[in-house]
Design a protein. Structure first.
Length: 218
């Protein structure tokens, strides 16, 4: 009987011991099955919030497609009209009738400067006395009325019955510079002196007498 009891006790202990050994493994296996697996995400946010926080907000250009931060807004050019696609012609606006192109006229001398003198024409004509106060030969011409003529230094000439409006040019033969100076003006007569000019900036090579007698550097 004792032998039978000892065998029974040993068998029971072995069974209980096996149960005790197997108990901790079962909960761990169940927990492992219930806990979801953690995998690295393959999607990366292209517009992280750090782009909109200082100092990045004021220093970093955000990628294309992201809302612009303060720095990106400063660098973006102002919106312009889209250019037409290559090979596509834009239709011209249709307007009734014909368009007349008016040639651009240069402003008249009186709109550019004040007259240097005034002479009263007689029957639409004036006389002009030119004094060459330089030591150089001067070539002068009344445009449309005379060819080029020479006036030696320290000499003078009177041009009579010039119809207004009229332009007179003068050029020194030694390629020096000239200055027109009105010295006398009376009814029907204008007197001009030709003096030496030291700089090309103030070179004066022509005058124009308007129909009303106003004299302008031309």
């Amino acid at each position: 009987m004792n032998k039978i009891f000892r065998k029974s006790t040993g068998l029971l202990g072995a069974i209980c011991g096996g149960l005790l050994i197997g108990l901790p493994a079962t909960p761990r296996l169940a927990m492992a099955q219930q806990q979801p697996s953690i995998r690295p995400s393959s999607q990366v946010n292209p517009c992280p919030s750090i782009f909109y926080e200082e100092p990045h907000n004021s220093r970093v250009l955000v990628p294309q497609g992201c809302p612009p931060n303060a720095f990106t807004q400063r660098l973006q050019p102002q919106a312009t009209a889209p250019a037409p696609e290559a090979g596509v012609q834009q239709a011209e606006p249709v307007t009734p009738g014909t368009t007349t192109t008016v040639p651009v006229q240069p402003p008249l001398p009186q709109t550019q400067q004040s007259p240097i003198a005034t002479v009263t024409p007689t029957d639409g004509k004036v006389n002009v006395r030119i004094k060459n106060n330089t030591n150089a030969v001067v070539a002068y011409e009344v445009i449309g009325h005379t060819g080029k003529r020479l006036l030696p230094g320290r000499n003078e000439v009177v041009l009579r019955d010039l119809p207004v409006a009229v332009t007179i040019t003068a050029v020194r033969q030694d390629r020096g510079f000239l200055k027109f100076t009105p010295t006398q003006s009376e009814s029907g007569l204008l007197e001009l002196s030709l003096d030496e000019q030291t700089t090309a900036t103030n070179n004066q090579g022509a005058i124009r007498i308007q129909e009303n007698g106003s004299v302008f550097l031309n």
